[in-house]
Write a protein that binds this ligand. Structure first.
Ligand SMILES: *Cc1c(COP(=O)(O)O)cnc(C)c1O
Length: 386
């Protein structure tokens, strides 16, 4: 069936308010680390039941700074998922510590879990980073008990889950991304939440070269010199991005509701049309519905299905190729074998999900997926996919 409809995987929503906010920054002629960055930090913190936050240049920078602010470094081990974006583990490497990759709980719960981590803990383990895959919040009560029991820091890679409780409330640090395909965007950007003000102060210092005073303080007349108290970085956020973020953060709750509603619609349509396609997670669970991952039947030709969907105007993706199988990381973790993560990585397909989609779009995608699975020559597939 030929169609002109195109349904993209994820689309940022930007408009006149963002344009006006950017124009105001240009008129004000103060471009970085000013009042808008501060206001964005406060608004983002408030949305998560906190009073303070530290805005940075990306979630990757946020993870690096959070680890360093907590004192995680050389000689330490950090529990991380392999079913995540590669930055989760890379941040641990930047901090000089060793990522220890854990398996997901199961195909229907693609989160790492205390149950899959217990045997990986030893005297060098200092922290665990949970990732709220798909926007579905990890079992934070179980994680808090586990980390307290073993004396570990608990960090959240919350790139998929801004604005959904209890994200940012039960961990030692939570890190967010505002990349364009996330639930809200500043183009590039990230944020750190932490309950301990000392951790936020350390992160704030490290994001700007470890300097004791930043330019705005000096501009406002607070001192003429500064000291450098640590090896810091340039991980700052600028005023243009913060201006966009202030507009977007106000819309996030409504967008998250729309995402959840679309995810619910997908679940019903998939259950009716394609009972062999598994949709992970409990439909009742708290979620920011960041993506719509499904598991194709074992042995389905995923590449053929994706090509056929693209022909039908439906863009799809894979979240994620397990990171321990990447060429670079394979060298670092030659002996790691994670059966559930690897099977999940072979079968997962991410369907379009973003608040700009219409209700009929989910139906269109599911019908296109049904046709693609009918026609893709997958049943007699012999070779294992990489
Ligand atoms: C997008 C993403 C990141 C990286 O975010 P950046 O802001 O691009 O650095 C990290 N972890 C996860 C799970 C992500 O989805």
């Amino acid at each position: 069936m030929k169609t002109n409809r195109r349904i993209s995987l994820a689309d940022p929503i930007l408009g006149d308010e963002e344009k006006r906010a950017l124009a105001e920054v240009i008129d004000d002629n103060w471009l970085t680390m000013g009042d808008r960055v501060r206001a964005f930090e406060e608004a983002f913190a408030r949305l998560h039941g906190q009073t303070d936050a530290v805005a940075v240049s990306s979630c990757t920078a946020a993870l690096h700074l959070a680890l360093q602010a907590l004192g995680v470094g050389p000689g330490d081990e950090v529990l991380v998922p392999s079913m995540t974006f590669v930055a989760t583990a890379n941040a641990v490497l930047y901090a000089g510590a060793r990522p220890v990759l854990a398996d997901i709980l199961g195909l229907d719960t693609p989160h790492i879990h205390p149950q899959t981590c217990a045997r990986l803990v030893n005297s060098r383990t200092r922290a665990a980073i949970v990732m709220h895959y798909g926007g579905y919040v990890a079992d934070m009560d179980a994680w808090r008990r586990f980390c307290d029991g073993h004396g570990l820091f608990l960090l959240e890679d919350a790139a998929h889950a801004p604005g959904v409780a209890p994200v940012g409330q039960a961990s030692d640090a939570a890190c967010f991304s505002f990349f364009p395909n996330k639930n809200m965007t500043t183009a590039e950007g990230g944020m750190i939440l932490a309950r301990d003000p000392d951790i936020l102060a350390a992160a704030r210092n490290l994001r700007c070269h470890g300097m004791t005073r930043v330019t705005l303080d000096r501009h406002k007349g607070h001192g003429f010199s500064y000291d450098v108290v640590a090896l810091g970085y340039n991980y700052r956020m600028d005023e243009l991005r913060a201006a966009i973020g202030l507009v977007q953060v106000a819309k996030l709750p409504e967008w998250n509701r729309r995402r959840s509603k679309l995810a619910g619609a997908y679940r019903h349509l998939l259950a009716a049309a394609l009972p062999g396609v598994l949709v992970p997670f409990n439909p009742e669970a708290a979620t920011a519905a960041h993506i719509m991952p499904v598991l194709l039947p074992a042995g389905a030709d995923r590449t053929g299905v994706m090509a056929s969907l693209l022909d039908a105007g439906v863009q799809t993706s894979i979240h994620y190729p397990p990171l321990h199988l990447f060429s670079h990381h394979r060298k670092l973790f030659p002996d790691v074998s994670l059966p559930n993560t690897e099977e999940y990585g072979r079968r997962v397909l991410t369907l379009p999900l973003h608040p700009g989609m219409a209700d009929e779009d989910a139906d269109f995608v599911v019908q296109a997926l049904r046709r693609a699975l009918d026609t893709a020559p997958g049943q007699n597939r012999t070779a294992a996919e990489p």
